[in-house]
Design a binder for this molecule. Sequence first.
Ligand code: ADE
Ligand code: ZN
Length: 334
Amino acid sequence: MDEDRLDRVVRLPKVELHLHHEGAAPPAFIKGLAQEKSVDLSSAFAPDGSYAFRDFVHFLRVYEAATSVLETPEDYARLTSAILEESAANDVIYCETFLSPDFCGGGDLGAWREYLHAIRDAAEKAEQTHGIILRGIVTCIRHLGPERAKPAARCAAETAGDWIVGFGMAGDESRGKPKDFTYSFDMAREAGLRLTAHAGEWGGATSVRDALQDLRVERIGHGVHAIDDLSLVDMLVEKGITLEICPGSNVALKVYPSLAAHPIEKLRQRGVNVTVSTDDPPFFHSTMRDEYRNLAETFGWDEDVFAKINETAARSAFCDEDTRRRVLKRLERP
Ligand code: ADE
Ligand code: ZN
């Protein structure tokens, strides 16, 4: 692909469905907060100032250490502004972010409302300034266990509406089973929230099947190991399940050795609803523009392929229909 075409692809308007709020925190921002609060976070950073981790479990530990300096609604408001400025600079027009009541107020509903208010306020300002639309998906954290998921689900259910639009689960997929979390997912569903869960990132196809069956989710975070079981892939197509795929994250965390070895193209070719997101961009030295550039260079994806992917993402977004129409309109090509 020539540079001009590649440049057009990289600058396309984008819809991002899978972003962790704390995971999108620029390392300099977290370092600055740590300094303000006299917290020693030096082990979380490499000499060049980026986040430092050895593997997935260590990544989760560094993530939680970095998150520990985000202590107030005001910290989250500042973080939200920083994230949305960066996302808008990557041409993202609509984004869904994962927010965890465990990190925002320790699962307490009153505190969660304060954090949410601050985050929404910052998001509204960013929408006015940059035109980017943000919506929130409340997540429970799998490795914190099902009992901690219940207050998270209650926070989600109590604040469900036009801004908190979904409920999901992140965290260490090797811990526990999806069915341990049915109580929380049922509570969220009954409150009208749409559902997603991380599965098939570290777990195999069974993990994806269990999330679909036991949590009745309509999207899967990652889901890439579905490729190991083609009957599951066919089921994803038949049921119209959307995968929130984060290729740069999967390569950085060594789920796959390279982008060329990543199954996103095979999944797309078989008709799965694939979408593209960054997960935790500064942790993985990635941006949405980087993801697009790398996919175009590796798989030859052109503007038509990305246009379809963004349309799929907009159609799979958990927002209300009026917002979806506005997003689809902005994705229309001249
Ligand atoms: N939390 C933040 N990033 C995550 C990932 N890639 N998998 C599971 N939980 C996460
Ligand atoms: Zn994720």
